[in-house]
Write a protein that binds this ligand. Sequence first.
Ligand SMILES: [Zn+2]
Length: 620
Amino acid sequence: MYKRSFLVLQLLFLLVVFVNSQNTQSLILTKEFKNAFAKQTRNISGKPGNNYWQNMASYNIVAELFPQSRTLIGKQSINYINNSPDSLDRLVFNLYQDIFKKGTARDWDIGSTDLHDGVLIWNLIIDGIPIDLNSGLVQRNASILMVNLMNKLAPNKSIKIEMEWKFQLPAKRTIRMGTYHDSNFMVAYWFPRVAVYDDIVGWNTTPYVGNCEFYNDFSDFEVRITLPSDYLVWSTAPLYNSKEIFQNYVLEKIDKASKNNEVVSIISQEDYAKELIFKTNEKREWIFKMKNVVDFAFAASSSYLWDATSIQSGKNRVLINAVYKSDSKDFKQVAEISRNTIDFFTNTTPKIPFPFPQITIFNGRGGMEYPGMVNDGDGENLNGTLYVTSHEIGHSYFPFNTGLNEQRYAWMDEGLITYFPRKFVDKYSLDSNYLPYADLIQTYNRLACSFAEIPLMLPSFYTGSTYRFQAYTKPAIALLELEKYIGVDTFNIALQEFTNRWAGKHPIPFDFFFTFNQVVAEDLSWFWKPWFFEMTYADLALKIETPQIVKIINKGGNPVAIYLEIIFEDDTKETRKIDASIWKNNKQDVVFQFYKPFKSLKLNTTETPDAFPEDNIWVK
Ligand SMILES: [Zn+2]
Protein backbone atom coordinates (compact mmCIF):
# COMPACT_ATOMS: atom_id res chain seq x y z
CA MET A 1 0.00 0.00 0.00
CA TYR A 2 1.25 3.46 -0.87
CA LYS A 3 0.71 6.37 1.42
CA ARG A 4 1.86 9.63 -0.01
CA SER A 5 1.98 13.13 1.37
CA PHE A 6 1.24 16.26 -0.60
CA LEU A 7 4.95 17.07 -0.59
CA VAL A 8 5.81 13.78 -2.23
CA LEU A 9 2.93 14.40 -4.58
CA GLN A 10 4.47 17.63 -5.82
CA LEU A 11 7.77 15.93 -6.56
CA LEU A 12 5.97 13.23 -8.43
CA PHE A 13 4.53 15.71 -10.87
CA LEU A 14 7.92 15.47 -12.52
CA LEU A 15 6.81 12.09 -13.75
CA VAL A 16 3.77 13.54 -15.44
CA VAL A 17 5.24 13.76 -18.90
CA PHE A 18 6.11 10.10 -18.78
CA VAL A 19 2.67 9.13 -17.55
CA ASN A 20 0.93 11.30 -20.11
CA SER A 21 2.73 9.73 -23.00
CA GLN A 22 1.06 6.46 -22.10
CA ASN A 23 -2.40 7.65 -21.11
CA THR A 24 -4.11 8.07 -24.41
CA GLN A 25 -2.40 5.16 -26.12
CA SER A 26 -3.73 2.43 -23.91
CA LEU A 27 -7.35 3.47 -23.28
CA ILE A 28 -9.86 3.49 -26.08
CA LEU A 29 -10.79 7.06 -26.95
CA THR A 30 -13.86 7.46 -29.13
CA LYS A 31 -13.90 10.25 -31.74
CA GLU A 32 -15.81 12.54 -29.40
CA PHE A 33 -13.13 12.27 -26.74
CA LYS A 34 -10.26 12.47 -29.27
CA ASN A 35 -11.74 15.73 -30.57
CA ALA A 36 -11.95 17.18 -27.07
CA PHE A 37 -8.28 16.41 -26.41
CA ALA A 38 -7.29 17.71 -29.85
CA LYS A 39 -9.15 20.99 -29.24
CA GLN A 40 -7.64 21.19 -25.74
CA THR A 41 -10.96 21.49 -23.95
CA ARG A 42 -9.66 18.48 -21.99
CA ASN A 43 -6.09 17.72 -21.12
CA ILE A 44 -4.35 14.38 -20.75
CA SER A 45 -3.12 15.52 -17.32
CA GLY A 46 -6.74 15.19 -16.18
CA LYS A 47 -7.05 18.96 -15.67
CA PRO A 48 -9.48 21.12 -17.62
CA GLY A 49 -7.83 22.01 -20.93
CA ASN A 50 -6.69 25.54 -21.78
CA ASN A 51 -9.73 25.86 -24.04
CA TYR A 52 -12.24 24.38 -21.61
CA TRP A 53 -15.63 26.13 -21.73
CA GLN A 54 -19.15 25.56 -20.51
CA ASN A 55 -22.40 27.39 -21.06
CA MET A 56 -24.46 28.83 -18.24
CA ALA A 57 -27.85 30.31 -17.52
CA SER A 58 -29.55 32.54 -14.97
CA TYR A 59 -33.06 31.51 -14.03
CA ASN A 60 -35.60 33.89 -12.59
CA ILE A 61 -38.64 31.80 -11.71
CA VAL A 62 -41.93 32.88 -10.17
CA ALA A 63 -44.17 29.91 -9.36
CA GLU A 64 -47.26 29.05 -7.37
CA LEU A 65 -48.09 25.60 -6.03
CA PHE A 66 -51.76 24.78 -5.43
CA PRO A 67 -51.73 21.82 -3.00
CA GLN A 68 -55.38 20.84 -3.51
CA SER A 69 -55.03 20.28 -7.25
CA ARG A 70 -51.26 19.62 -7.05
CA THR A 71 -50.86 22.13 -9.86
CA LEU A 72 -47.67 24.10 -10.27
CA ILE A 73 -47.86 27.21 -12.44
CA GLY A 74 -44.72 29.10 -13.33
CA LYS A 75 -43.37 32.04 -15.21
CA GLN A 76 -39.66 32.22 -15.86
CA SER A 77 -37.07 34.25 -17.57
CA ILE A 78 -33.75 32.66 -18.53
CA ASN A 79 -30.61 34.45 -19.59
CA TYR A 80 -28.56 31.83 -21.44
CA ILE A 81 -24.92 32.52 -22.26
CA ASN A 82 -23.14 30.74 -25.08
CA ASN A 83 -19.50 30.37 -23.99
CA SER A 84 -18.83 27.74 -26.65
CA PRO A 85 -16.86 28.52 -29.81
CA ASP A 86 -19.91 27.43 -31.87
CA SER A 87 -22.85 29.39 -33.24
CA LEU A 88 -25.99 27.67 -31.97
CA ASP A 89 -28.80 27.30 -34.47
CA ARG A 90 -31.27 25.95 -31.93
CA LEU A 91 -32.00 25.76 -28.23
CA VAL A 92 -32.79 22.50 -26.47
CA PHE A 93 -34.87 22.31 -23.29
CA ASN A 94 -35.54 19.51 -20.82
CA LEU A 95 -39.17 19.16 -19.79
CA TYR A 96 -38.53 16.47 -17.19
CA GLN A 97 -42.17 16.26 -16.08
CA ASP A 98 -43.07 14.96 -19.52
CA ILE A 99 -42.13 11.58 -18.07
CA PHE A 100 -45.76 11.62 -16.84
CA LYS A 101 -47.13 12.52 -20.28
CA LYS A 102 -49.58 10.11 -21.88
CA GLY A 103 -47.95 8.06 -24.62
CA THR A 104 -44.34 9.01 -23.90
CA ALA A 105 -41.59 6.36 -23.78
CA ARG A 106 -40.74 5.28 -20.21
CA ASP A 107 -38.54 2.67 -18.56
CA TRP A 108 -41.39 1.55 -16.30
CA ASP A 109 -45.14 1.30 -16.23
CA ILE A 110 -46.42 4.11 -14.01
CA GLY A 111 -50.10 3.20 -13.85
CA SER A 112 -52.82 5.56 -14.99
CA THR A 113 -53.44 7.82 -11.97
CA ASP A 114 -50.65 10.26 -12.64
CA LEU A 115 -50.67 10.35 -16.43
CA HIS A 116 -51.25 13.85 -17.77
CA ASP A 117 -50.72 16.00 -20.83
CA GLY A 118 -47.15 16.83 -19.95
CA VAL A 119 -45.74 20.28 -19.31
CA LEU A 120 -48.17 22.77 -20.78
CA ILE A 121 -46.35 25.79 -22.19
CA TRP A 122 -48.55 28.64 -23.41
CA ASN A 123 -46.05 31.37 -23.81
CA LEU A 124 -42.53 31.22 -25.21
CA ILE A 125 -40.68 34.40 -26.10
CA ILE A 126 -37.09 34.33 -27.34
CA ASP A 127 -35.21 37.63 -27.44
CA GLY A 128 -38.50 39.48 -27.40
CA ILE A 129 -40.07 37.52 -30.25
CA PRO A 130 -43.09 35.30 -29.42
CA ILE A 131 -42.61 31.75 -30.74
CA ASP A 132 -45.60 29.85 -32.14
CA LEU A 133 -45.30 26.49 -30.36
CA ASN A 134 -47.12 24.77 -33.22
CA SER A 135 -44.81 26.13 -35.89
CA GLY A 136 -42.06 24.27 -37.70
CA LEU A 137 -39.49 25.95 -35.47
CA VAL A 138 -40.52 23.81 -32.50
CA GLN A 139 -40.19 20.05 -31.97
CA ARG A 140 -41.09 17.97 -28.94
CA ASN A 141 -39.64 14.49 -28.51
CA ALA A 142 -40.29 12.70 -25.21
CA SER A 143 -38.96 15.11 -22.56
CA ILE A 144 -36.96 17.18 -25.05
CA LEU A 145 -38.17 20.48 -26.52
CA MET A 146 -36.16 21.89 -29.43
CA VAL A 147 -36.59 25.37 -30.77
CA ASN A 148 -34.81 26.37 -33.98
CA LEU A 149 -33.54 29.91 -33.74
CA MET A 150 -34.28 32.47 -36.44
CA ASN A 151 -30.92 34.09 -35.70
CA LYS A 152 -28.03 31.93 -34.57
CA LEU A 153 -26.68 32.48 -31.07
CA ALA A 154 -23.07 33.49 -31.68
CA PRO A 155 -20.16 32.63 -29.35
CA ASN A 156 -19.95 34.86 -26.26
CA LYS A 157 -23.50 36.14 -26.82
CA SER A 158 -26.50 35.62 -24.60
CA ILE A 159 -30.15 35.06 -25.31
CA LYS A 160 -33.24 35.82 -23.26
CA ILE A 161 -35.95 33.21 -23.00
CA GLU A 162 -39.32 33.88 -21.36
CA MET A 163 -41.77 31.08 -20.68
CA GLU A 164 -45.06 30.43 -18.94
CA TRP A 165 -45.98 26.86 -18.10
CA LYS A 166 -47.80 24.50 -15.77
CA PHE A 167 -48.06 20.81 -14.88
CA GLN A 168 -49.59 18.58 -12.25
CA LEU A 169 -47.44 16.94 -9.58
CA PRO A 170 -47.90 13.16 -9.34
CA ALA A 171 -50.17 12.03 -6.50
CA LYS A 172 -49.14 8.38 -6.23
CA ARG A 173 -46.38 7.40 -8.65
CA THR A 174 -43.52 9.42 -7.28
CA ILE A 175 -40.43 9.34 -9.45
CA ARG A 176 -37.74 11.03 -7.37
CA MET A 177 -40.31 13.74 -6.53
CA GLY A 178 -44.05 14.09 -6.04
CA THR A 179 -46.61 13.93 -3.23
CA TYR A 180 -45.72 12.18 0.04
CA HIS A 181 -47.78 11.23 3.09
CA ASP A 182 -51.00 13.06 2.13
CA SER A 183 -50.11 16.53 0.97
CA ASN A 184 -46.40 17.05 1.44
CA PHE A 185 -44.42 17.74 -1.69
CA MET A 186 -40.92 17.20 -2.97
CA VAL A 187 -40.74 19.32 -6.10
CA ALA A 188 -37.75 18.56 -8.30
CA TYR A 189 -37.01 18.40 -12.02
CA TRP A 190 -39.92 20.75 -12.38
CA PHE A 191 -39.16 23.84 -14.45
CA PRO A 192 -38.26 23.81 -18.15
CA ARG A 193 -34.51 24.21 -18.37
CA VAL A 194 -31.93 24.56 -21.08
CA ALA A 195 -30.17 21.26 -21.80
CA VAL A 196 -26.38 21.03 -21.62
CA TYR A 197 -24.44 21.99 -24.72
CA ASP A 198 -20.93 20.65 -24.15
CA ASP A 199 -17.58 20.04 -25.83
CA ILE A 200 -18.19 16.27 -26.16
CA VAL A 201 -21.50 15.87 -28.03
CA GLY A 202 -22.81 19.43 -28.41
CA TRP A 203 -26.47 19.45 -27.35
CA ASN A 204 -27.31 16.60 -24.98
CA THR A 205 -30.67 15.52 -26.32
CA THR A 206 -31.18 12.23 -24.47
CA PRO A 207 -34.71 12.34 -23.08
CA TYR A 208 -35.50 11.59 -19.44
CA VAL A 209 -37.34 8.26 -19.42
CA GLY A 210 -36.78 6.95 -15.90
CA ASN A 211 -33.68 4.90 -15.05
CA CYS A 212 -31.01 7.44 -15.88
CA GLU A 213 -30.82 10.62 -13.91
CA PHE A 214 -29.61 14.05 -14.96
CA TYR A 215 -27.02 16.31 -16.48
CA ASN A 216 -27.45 20.02 -15.89
CA ASP A 217 -25.39 23.16 -16.35
CA PHE A 218 -24.23 25.30 -13.46
CA SER A 219 -26.69 28.16 -13.23
CA ASP A 220 -27.78 31.07 -11.08
CA PHE A 221 -31.24 30.87 -9.52
CA GLU A 222 -33.64 33.39 -8.10
CA VAL A 223 -36.87 31.56 -7.34
CA ARG A 224 -40.08 32.91 -5.79
CA ILE A 225 -42.60 30.29 -4.73
CA THR A 226 -46.08 31.07 -3.50
CA LEU A 227 -47.95 28.63 -1.27
CA PRO A 228 -50.97 28.77 1.05
CA SER A 229 -50.43 30.29 4.48
CA ASP A 230 -50.07 26.99 6.36
CA TYR A 231 -47.19 25.66 4.24
CA LEU A 232 -43.50 25.59 5.09
CA VAL A 233 -40.96 25.52 2.24
CA TRP A 234 -37.36 24.29 2.19
CA SER A 235 -35.11 24.32 -0.86
CA THR A 236 -31.67 23.61 -2.25
CA ALA A 237 -30.93 27.33 -1.90
CA PRO A 238 -30.88 29.46 1.24
CA LEU A 239 -34.12 31.25 2.13
CA TYR A 240 -33.76 34.94 1.36
CA ASN A 241 -36.80 36.41 3.14
CA SER A 242 -36.94 34.40 6.37
CA LYS A 243 -37.47 37.57 8.46
CA GLU A 244 -40.66 38.38 6.56
CA ILE A 245 -41.99 34.87 7.02
CA PHE A 246 -41.17 33.57 10.49
CA GLN A 247 -41.90 34.79 13.98
CA ASN A 248 -38.86 35.54 16.13
CA TYR A 249 -39.59 32.32 18.02
CA VAL A 250 -38.58 30.35 14.89
CA LEU A 251 -35.83 32.72 13.73
CA GLU A 252 -34.05 32.49 17.09
CA LYS A 253 -34.07 28.69 16.96
CA ILE A 254 -32.73 28.64 13.40
CA ASP A 255 -30.00 31.03 14.54
CA LYS A 256 -29.14 28.80 17.49
CA ALA A 257 -29.04 25.67 15.32
CA SER A 258 -26.83 27.36 12.75
CA LYS A 259 -24.20 28.15 15.41
CA ASN A 260 -24.16 24.90 17.40
CA ASN A 261 -23.57 21.19 16.86
CA GLU A 262 -26.57 20.49 19.09
CA VAL A 263 -29.82 19.35 17.42
CA VAL A 264 -32.56 21.97 17.89
CA SER A 265 -36.26 21.35 17.30
CA ILE A 266 -37.16 24.29 15.04
CA ILE A 267 -40.81 23.34 14.63
CA SER A 268 -42.60 20.75 16.75
CA GLN A 269 -46.14 19.46 16.68
CA GLU A 270 -46.96 21.94 19.46
CA ASP A 271 -45.64 24.90 17.52
CA TYR A 272 -48.17 24.21 14.77
CA ALA A 273 -50.99 24.07 17.33
CA LYS A 274 -49.94 27.24 19.13
CA GLU A 275 -49.51 29.19 15.87
CA LEU A 276 -45.96 30.16 16.76
CA ILE A 277 -44.57 29.82 13.27
CA PHE A 278 -45.64 32.48 10.77
CA LYS A 279 -45.85 36.26 11.01
CA THR A 280 -49.03 36.52 8.95
CA ASN A 281 -51.95 34.29 8.02
CA GLU A 282 -52.01 34.96 4.31
CA LYS A 283 -50.57 32.97 1.44
CA ARG A 284 -47.00 34.02 1.04
CA GLU A 285 -44.02 34.13 -1.27
CA TRP A 286 -40.82 32.29 -0.36
CA ILE A 287 -37.73 33.71 -2.03
CA PHE A 288 -34.60 31.65 -2.61
CA LYS A 289 -31.34 32.67 -4.26
CA MET A 290 -28.23 30.72 -5.14
CA LYS A 291 -25.49 31.09 -7.73
CA ASN A 292 -23.47 28.58 -9.73
CA VAL A 293 -25.28 25.39 -8.80
CA VAL A 294 -26.64 22.65 -11.07
CA ASP A 295 -30.21 22.58 -9.82
CA PHE A 296 -33.00 24.07 -7.78
CA ALA A 297 -35.51 21.84 -5.96
CA PHE A 298 -37.86 22.51 -3.07
CA ALA A 299 -40.12 20.75 -0.60
CA ALA A 300 -43.36 21.96 0.98
CA SER A 301 -45.36 20.71 3.93
CA SER A 302 -48.08 21.93 6.29
CA SER A 303 -47.41 19.31 8.96
CA TYR A 304 -43.79 18.15 8.96
CA LEU A 305 -41.59 18.51 12.01
CA TRP A 306 -38.30 20.32 11.55
CA ASP A 307 -35.02 19.68 13.41
CA ALA A 308 -31.80 21.50 12.67
CA THR A 309 -28.17 21.49 13.64
CA SER A 310 -24.93 22.60 12.01
CA ILE A 311 -21.28 21.69 11.73
CA GLN A 312 -18.05 23.36 10.68
CA SER A 313 -16.86 21.94 7.36
CA GLY A 314 -13.69 23.52 6.05
CA LYS A 315 -14.15 27.30 6.11
CA ASN A 316 -17.94 27.18 6.33
CA ARG A 317 -20.57 26.14 8.83
CA VAL A 318 -23.17 23.93 7.20
CA LEU A 319 -26.78 24.19 8.36
CA ILE A 320 -28.47 20.77 8.47
CA ASN A 321 -32.28 20.47 8.38
CA ALA A 322 -34.24 17.24 8.88
CA VAL A 323 -37.94 17.64 7.99
CA TYR A 324 -40.25 14.70 8.55
CA LYS A 325 -43.67 13.32 9.26
CA SER A 326 -44.42 13.04 12.98
CA ASP A 327 -44.65 9.23 12.97
CA SER A 328 -41.46 8.60 10.99
CA LYS A 329 -39.61 5.51 12.24
CA ASP A 330 -36.16 7.04 12.17
CA PHE A 331 -36.12 10.72 11.24
CA LYS A 332 -35.73 11.85 14.87
CA GLN A 333 -32.12 10.67 14.46
CA VAL A 334 -31.55 12.00 10.95
CA ALA A 335 -30.32 15.50 11.84
CA GLU A 336 -27.61 13.96 14.02
CA ILE A 337 -26.76 11.26 11.45
CA SER A 338 -26.49 13.94 8.77
CA ARG A 339 -24.19 16.05 10.96
CA ASN A 340 -21.99 12.99 11.61
CA THR A 341 -22.00 12.27 7.87
CA ILE A 342 -20.71 15.73 6.98
CA ASP A 343 -18.15 15.51 9.77
CA PHE A 344 -16.97 12.14 8.42
CA PHE A 345 -16.81 13.30 4.79
CA THR A 346 -14.97 16.47 5.84
CA ASN A 347 -12.46 14.93 8.21
CA THR A 348 -12.10 11.20 7.48
CA THR A 349 -13.05 10.18 3.92
CA PRO A 350 -12.78 11.71 1.38
CA LYS A 351 -11.64 14.68 3.52
CA ILE A 352 -13.37 17.27 1.35
CA PRO A 353 -15.38 20.17 2.84
CA PHE A 354 -19.11 19.99 2.15
CA PRO A 355 -19.71 22.09 -0.96
CA PHE A 356 -22.96 23.85 0.01
CA PRO A 357 -24.01 26.16 2.87
CA GLN A 358 -26.85 23.88 3.90
CA ILE A 359 -28.45 20.46 3.44
CA THR A 360 -32.09 19.52 4.00
CA ILE A 361 -33.14 15.90 4.44
CA PHE A 362 -36.82 15.61 3.44
CA ASN A 363 -38.78 12.55 4.55
CA GLY A 364 -40.34 11.32 1.32
CA ARG A 365 -39.67 7.91 -0.16
CA GLY A 366 -36.71 5.90 -1.44
CA GLY A 367 -33.52 7.93 -1.68
CA MET A 368 -32.90 10.79 -4.06
CA GLU A 369 -30.39 13.59 -4.18
CA TYR A 370 -30.38 17.24 -5.14
CA PRO A 371 -27.55 19.72 -4.51
CA GLY A 372 -27.82 20.42 -0.77
CA MET A 373 -31.07 18.49 -0.46
CA VAL A 374 -32.18 14.86 -0.09
CA ASN A 375 -35.48 12.98 -0.40
CA ASP A 376 -35.33 9.84 1.80
CA GLY A 377 -37.89 7.33 3.01
CA ASP A 378 -37.76 5.82 6.48
CA GLY A 379 -34.90 3.33 6.92
CA GLU A 380 -35.65 -0.31 7.77
CA ASN A 381 -33.06 -0.29 10.56
CA LEU A 382 -30.17 1.87 11.77
CA ASN A 383 -27.75 0.57 9.12
CA GLY A 384 -30.34 1.36 6.46
CA THR A 385 -30.81 4.91 7.73
CA LEU A 386 -27.05 5.45 8.06
CA TYR A 387 -26.49 4.26 4.52
CA VAL A 388 -29.30 6.05 2.70
CA THR A 389 -28.59 9.31 4.56
CA SER A 390 -24.86 9.28 3.92
CA HIS A 391 -25.26 8.02 0.34
CA GLU A 392 -27.66 10.80 -0.64
CA ILE A 393 -25.69 13.50 1.19
CA GLY A 394 -22.56 12.20 -0.55
CA HIS A 395 -24.16 13.07 -3.88
CA SER A 396 -23.76 16.75 -3.06
CA TYR A 397 -20.06 16.10 -3.75
CA PHE A 398 -20.61 13.84 -6.78
CA PRO A 399 -22.38 14.61 -9.12
CA PHE A 400 -23.36 18.09 -7.94
CA ASN A 401 -20.17 19.85 -6.90
CA THR A 402 -18.33 18.29 -9.83
CA GLY A 403 -21.04 18.58 -12.49
CA LEU A 404 -21.08 14.96 -13.66
CA ASN A 405 -23.14 13.67 -16.56
CA GLU A 406 -25.22 11.05 -14.73
CA GLN A 407 -27.25 10.24 -17.83
CA ARG A 408 -24.20 8.97 -19.69
CA TYR A 409 -21.81 7.94 -16.89
CA ALA A 410 -23.95 7.09 -13.87
CA TRP A 411 -21.05 5.08 -12.41
CA MET A 412 -19.04 8.25 -11.90
CA ASP A 413 -21.33 9.35 -9.08
CA GLU A 414 -23.28 6.23 -8.06
CA GLY A 415 -20.11 4.10 -8.04
CA LEU A 416 -18.24 6.58 -5.87
CA ILE A 417 -21.23 7.10 -3.58
CA THR A 418 -21.79 3.37 -3.23
CA TYR A 419 -18.13 2.97 -2.29
CA PHE A 420 -17.10 5.62 0.26
CA PRO A 421 -20.25 6.20 2.45
CA ARG A 422 -20.01 2.53 3.54
CA LYS A 423 -16.97 3.58 5.56
CA PHE A 424 -19.26 5.98 7.44
CA VAL A 425 -21.82 3.20 8.10
CA ASP A 426 -18.99 0.99 9.32
CA LYS A 427 -18.01 3.65 11.88
CA TYR A 428 -21.51 4.33 13.23
CA SER A 429 -23.19 0.91 12.89
CA LEU A 430 -24.12 -0.74 16.18
CA ASP A 431 -23.74 -4.14 14.49
CA SER A 432 -20.21 -5.34 15.33
CA ASN A 433 -20.43 -7.95 12.53
CA TYR A 434 -21.16 -5.34 9.87
CA LEU A 435 -18.91 -5.79 6.85
CA PRO A 436 -19.23 -2.63 4.72
CA TYR A 437 -18.70 -4.30 1.36
CA ALA A 438 -19.94 -7.86 1.94
CA ASP A 439 -23.43 -7.45 0.39
CA LEU A 440 -21.96 -5.53 -2.53
CA ILE A 441 -19.42 -8.26 -3.23
CA GLN A 442 -22.15 -10.93 -3.02
CA THR A 443 -24.26 -9.01 -5.54
CA TYR A 444 -21.27 -8.65 -7.80
CA ASN A 445 -20.45 -12.37 -7.54
CA ARG A 446 -24.03 -13.28 -8.43
CA LEU A 447 -24.24 -11.06 -11.52
CA ALA A 448 -20.63 -10.95 -12.76
CA CYS A 449 -20.02 -12.67 -16.10
CA SER A 450 -23.77 -12.81 -16.71
CA PHE A 451 -25.75 -10.78 -19.26
CA ALA A 452 -25.79 -8.06 -16.56
CA GLU A 453 -22.07 -7.35 -16.87
CA ILE A 454 -21.22 -5.07 -19.74
CA PRO A 455 -18.39 -2.53 -20.00
CA LEU A 456 -18.84 0.46 -17.70
CA MET A 457 -17.88 2.91 -20.42
CA LEU A 458 -21.08 2.10 -22.34
CA PRO A 459 -23.44 5.06 -21.88
CA SER A 460 -25.75 4.43 -18.92
CA PHE A 461 -28.81 5.08 -21.08
CA TYR A 462 -27.96 1.93 -23.07
CA THR A 463 -27.79 -0.31 -20.01
CA GLY A 464 -31.52 -0.99 -19.56
CA SER A 465 -32.30 -3.61 -16.94
CA THR A 466 -28.67 -3.85 -15.80
CA TYR A 467 -28.57 -0.13 -14.91
CA ARG A 468 -28.27 -0.69 -11.15
CA PHE A 469 -25.49 -3.26 -11.48
CA GLN A 470 -23.61 -1.04 -13.92
CA ALA A 471 -24.13 2.25 -12.10
CA TYR A 472 -23.72 1.11 -8.48
CA THR A 473 -22.39 -2.40 -7.86
CA LYS A 474 -19.65 -2.96 -10.40
CA PRO A 475 -17.98 0.47 -10.26
CA ALA A 476 -18.02 0.44 -6.44
CA ILE A 477 -16.27 -2.96 -6.52
CA ALA A 478 -13.72 -1.64 -9.01
CA LEU A 479 -13.01 1.43 -6.85
CA LEU A 480 -12.64 -0.77 -3.78
CA GLU A 481 -10.05 -2.93 -5.57
CA LEU A 482 -8.24 0.25 -6.64
CA GLU A 483 -8.27 1.49 -3.03
CA LYS A 484 -6.73 -1.80 -1.84
CA TYR A 485 -3.83 -1.07 -4.21
CA ILE A 486 -3.23 2.68 -3.84
CA GLY A 487 -4.37 2.93 -0.20
CA VAL A 488 -7.25 4.95 1.19
CA ASP A 489 -5.08 8.03 1.80
CA THR A 490 -3.93 8.22 -1.81
CA PHE A 491 -7.47 7.49 -2.96
CA ASN A 492 -8.70 10.45 -0.90
CA ILE A 493 -5.96 12.70 -2.28
CA ALA A 494 -6.99 11.72 -5.81
CA LEU A 495 -10.65 12.55 -5.06
CA GLN A 496 -9.58 15.86 -3.51
CA GLU A 497 -7.51 16.67 -6.56
CA PHE A 498 -10.32 15.65 -8.92
CA THR A 499 -12.68 17.92 -6.93
CA ASN A 500 -10.22 20.84 -6.92
CA ARG A 501 -9.85 20.56 -10.66
CA TRP A 502 -13.48 19.97 -11.60
CA ALA A 503 -15.69 21.67 -9.00
CA GLY A 504 -18.17 23.80 -10.94
CA LYS A 505 -17.26 22.08 -14.22
CA HIS A 506 -18.27 19.01 -16.22
CA PRO A 507 -15.66 16.23 -15.95
CA ILE A 508 -15.81 13.09 -18.11
CA PRO A 509 -14.43 9.63 -17.17
CA PHE A 510 -11.03 10.37 -18.73
CA ASP A 511 -10.62 13.43 -16.49
CA PHE A 512 -11.21 11.07 -13.57
CA PHE A 513 -8.84 8.34 -14.85
CA PHE A 514 -6.08 10.79 -15.78
CA THR A 515 -6.30 12.68 -12.47
CA PHE A 516 -5.87 9.39 -10.60
CA ASN A 517 -2.96 8.49 -12.90
CA GLN A 518 -1.27 11.77 -12.09
CA VAL A 519 -1.82 11.57 -8.34
CA VAL A 520 -0.62 7.98 -8.17
CA ALA A 521 2.18 8.87 -10.62
CA GLU A 522 1.49 5.75 -12.61
CA ASP A 523 -0.42 4.91 -15.76
CA LEU A 524 -3.22 2.86 -14.24
CA SER A 525 -4.51 1.74 -17.65
CA TRP A 526 -3.76 -1.88 -16.65
CA PHE A 527 -6.55 -1.34 -14.10
CA TRP A 528 -8.96 1.03 -15.95
CA LYS A 529 -8.97 -0.95 -19.18
CA PRO A 530 -10.30 -4.31 -17.95
CA TRP A 531 -12.58 -2.84 -15.26
CA PHE A 532 -14.13 -0.02 -17.32
CA PHE A 533 -13.68 -0.78 -21.00
CA GLU A 534 -13.70 -4.54 -21.58
CA MET A 535 -15.89 -7.65 -21.35
CA THR A 536 -13.70 -9.07 -18.60
CA TYR A 537 -14.73 -9.83 -15.02
CA ALA A 538 -13.37 -10.75 -11.60
CA ASP A 539 -12.64 -14.47 -11.29
CA LEU A 540 -9.66 -16.18 -9.70
CA ALA A 541 -9.23 -19.96 -9.48
CA LEU A 542 -6.92 -22.39 -7.68
CA LYS A 543 -4.75 -24.92 -9.45
CA ILE A 544 -2.79 -27.30 -7.23
CA GLU A 545 0.66 -28.01 -8.69
CA THR A 546 2.27 -30.04 -5.85
CA PRO A 547 1.40 -30.58 -2.14
CA GLN A 548 3.33 -27.34 -1.44
CA ILE A 549 2.76 -25.31 -4.61
CA VAL A 550 -0.46 -23.67 -5.79
CA LYS A 551 -1.07 -21.56 -8.86
CA ILE A 552 -3.67 -18.77 -8.73
CA ILE A 553 -5.11 -18.27 -12.19
CA ASN A 554 -6.83 -15.02 -13.19
CA LYS A 555 -9.55 -16.53 -15.35
CA GLY A 556 -11.75 -13.43 -15.57
CA GLY A 557 -9.03 -10.96 -16.50
CA ASN A 558 -9.91 -8.16 -14.06
CA PRO A 559 -7.19 -7.21 -11.59
CA VAL A 560 -8.40 -8.12 -8.09
CA ALA A 561 -6.68 -8.66 -4.78
CA ILE A 562 -5.72 -12.18 -3.72
CA TYR A 563 -6.85 -13.25 -0.22
CA LEU A 564 -5.52 -16.77 0.11
CA GLU A 565 -6.36 -18.64 3.33
CA ILE A 566 -4.17 -21.67 3.92
CA ILE A 567 -4.46 -24.52 6.44
CA PHE A 568 -1.35 -26.68 6.56
CA GLU A 569 -1.13 -30.41 7.30
CA ASP A 570 0.06 -29.52 10.83
CA ASP A 571 -3.16 -27.46 11.37
CA THR A 572 -1.35 -24.13 11.39
CA LYS A 573 -3.04 -21.35 9.41
CA GLU A 574 -1.87 -18.46 7.29
CA THR A 575 -3.45 -15.77 5.12
CA ARG A 576 -1.66 -14.19 2.17
CA LYS A 577 -3.00 -10.86 0.93
CA ILE A 578 -1.75 -9.28 -2.28
CA ASP A 579 -3.35 -6.28 -3.98
CA ALA A 580 -4.54 -6.21 -7.59
CA SER A 581 -1.27 -4.80 -8.95
CA ILE A 582 0.08 -8.37 -9.04
CA TRP A 583 -1.85 -8.68 -12.33
CA LYS A 584 -0.06 -5.80 -14.09
CA ASN A 585 1.50 -6.43 -17.50
CA ASN A 586 -1.18 -8.96 -18.44
CA LYS A 587 0.07 -11.45 -15.89
CA GLN A 588 -2.29 -14.42 -15.92
CA ASP A 589 -1.20 -16.54 -12.99
CA VAL A 590 0.74 -16.31 -9.74
CA VAL A 591 2.54 -19.20 -8.06
CA PHE A 592 2.73 -19.62 -4.27
CA GLN A 593 5.26 -22.04 -2.86
CA PHE A 594 5.09 -22.97 0.84
CA TYR A 595 7.68 -24.48 3.16
CA LYS A 596 5.27 -27.25 4.27
CA PRO A 597 2.35 -29.12 2.70
CA PHE A 598 -1.14 -27.64 2.89
CA LYS A 599 -4.39 -29.53 3.40
CA SER A 600 -6.88 -26.84 2.45
CA LEU A 601 -6.83 -23.62 0.45
CA LYS A 602 -9.44 -20.96 0.02
CA LEU A 603 -9.55 -17.78 -2.03
CA ASN A 604 -11.79 -15.55 0.05
CA THR A 605 -14.86 -14.36 -1.86
CA THR A 606 -16.46 -12.27 0.86
CA GLU A 607 -13.71 -9.64 0.68
CA THR A 608 -12.68 -10.14 -2.93
CA PRO A 609 -15.13 -10.26 -5.87
CA ASP A 610 -15.29 -13.49 -7.85
CA ALA A 611 -17.82 -14.49 -10.51
CA PHE A 612 -17.30 -18.24 -9.97
CA PRO A 613 -16.51 -18.85 -6.26
CA GLU A 614 -16.81 -22.64 -6.68
CA ASP A 615 -13.25 -23.00 -8.00
CA ASN A 616 -11.82 -21.00 -5.11
CA ILE A 617 -11.76 -23.82 -2.56
CA TRP A 618 -9.56 -26.89 -2.42
CA VAL A 619 -9.58 -29.50 0.34
CA LYS A 620 -7.25 -32.47 0.36
ZN1 LIG B 1 -27.16 7.47 -5.48
